[in-house]
Write a protein that binds this ligand. Sequence first.
Ligand SMILES: Cc1cc2nc3c(=O)[nH]c(=O)nc-3n(C[C@H](O)[C@H](O)[C@H](O)COP(=O)(O)O)c2cc1C
Length: 350
Amino acid sequence: MLNILYHYFGSKILHRIEPEIAHAIALCYLRLLNQLVRKKKNITPVLKTKICGMELPSPIGLAAGFDKNSEVFNASLSLGFGFVEVGTITPDPQIGNSKPRLFRLPEEEALINKMGFNNKGMLYVSKTALMPKLGIVGVNIGANAKSINKILDYTIIFEFLAHQFDYVTINVSSPNTQNLRELQKPEMLEKILKNVNAINVSLERQVPIFIKIAPDLSKNNLIEILNVCEENKVSGIIATNTTISPKTLKNPINFEGGLSGKPLFKPSNKILKILAKRKSASTVLVGVGGIFSAADIYEKIRMGASAVQIYSSFVYKGPMHLKKMETDLENLLLVDGYSSVEKAVGVSIG
Ligand SMILES: Cc1cc2nc3c(=O)[nH]c(=O)nc-3n(C[C@H](O)[C@H](O)[C@H](O)COP(=O)(O)O)c2cc1C
């Protein structure tokens, strides 16, 4: 019932309000729901899957950036997400870039954001994360904009938060923190990974580590990143973050920030395809970018993604659409004779 209300309220009213205020209203509602929910939604056995030892009731996750401060993960799981990634969280709290910094392009089914890691910092999140989790919750970590040693920021925050979450994503791909994408360079990435791995081995329970990459990388960059990840025991790659390229817009405009939603589907798939062809069997791929339907999810799975994440279509279409995508995905799998998600992963890799 609450979901239906959210769906109609979301589609009819929230879309007429300034986007960041609409997001704040949605979070208020979800914070309330977060206190009330006691169990996650039951999802069909066909959609159950396992990645890096984590049992997911569904391969459809909520991408980073929606629940920046780890405040509504149980509400999100109760809406039907198979897993949730909170963050990006930085060591110190920061307000992010000046407003307005979130824009809708409804005719493109896209969003442009230049948020700049607005978040309440790791100390706050270490408290919100104490709430018992109803499912798999990962934490996406980043560096403070004013940090003079961005590599050290990842070490600090990993040490502080990793043990409270099921997995950690190292975000080196936000276009909204100056020079952050430079950390995708192999020598930089290697330093970050060596540091976090040294901490990870000392934890009582080692956490899977994912790297989230940009869609704006050349094939050579991508292969270099993949090699560094595989040499440094990264569990998986999340492909992709938002794009800085307006090229895939139907009506290209110049913008500052990162573009997500429909126009990102093709560029993020291009990245997924290159990775799927070259990766070793143990490296897991999570597909993100432009998912609006079960067919989009199925395409990413067939291309090699073991799980997917969504953001923009959740904003545009709400939780009822998530439910529809789950039902449709189950049908797509069954029609093609796949009794589980795992059986369809990578079947279209040429
Ligand atoms: C408003 C907004 C804020 C975001 N914040 C983050 C973030 O903090 N960290 C991150 O890794 N990705 C962030 N993202 C990127 C999403 O996680 C996702 O990679 C991207 O939106 C592509 O997926 P989509 O096309 O389904 O939206 C953000 C996206 C949007 C629209």
